[in-house]
Write a new protein. Sequence first.
Length: 155
Amino acid sequence: MARKKSWREKLNDDKDLPKIVEIPEKMRKRYGEGTMVIPAPREVNEIMRQVPKGKLITVNEIRQKLAAKHGTTIACPLTTGIFVWIAANAAEEAAREGATDITPYWRTLKSGGFLNEKYPGSVERHRQLLESEGFQIIPKGKKWMVADYQKFLAE
């Protein structure tokens, strides 16, 4: 039986990515015609690593940066979201083993400034990490978001 890959192994497995493809037909109604980059996990992680303390980024902004980098119309929303999740788990895995220079994944929010329930420790841990850096977390319906998150978006 094959052993399960660690989160960091998943993060470092590029699987022949990035890859540029035509925007699939089922996505054209929402995104239009053009090309789409399917990013490599390490590219997503690198953007997340660059967000300094006191700043935030959303998954949509990561996608915009990836599309600009590759000269495409869009970056794949599905794989980008999966790779954000892998980067978060890889960072927590490294922290559990004593690493201190980890990707500050908690500074990456879902679109609209919402906290990510799929991060390690769910919304509770995400909230604690953001509050420890001085961000105010407020309820919005059944979800949680960073108050005035737009003011803190990284360039």
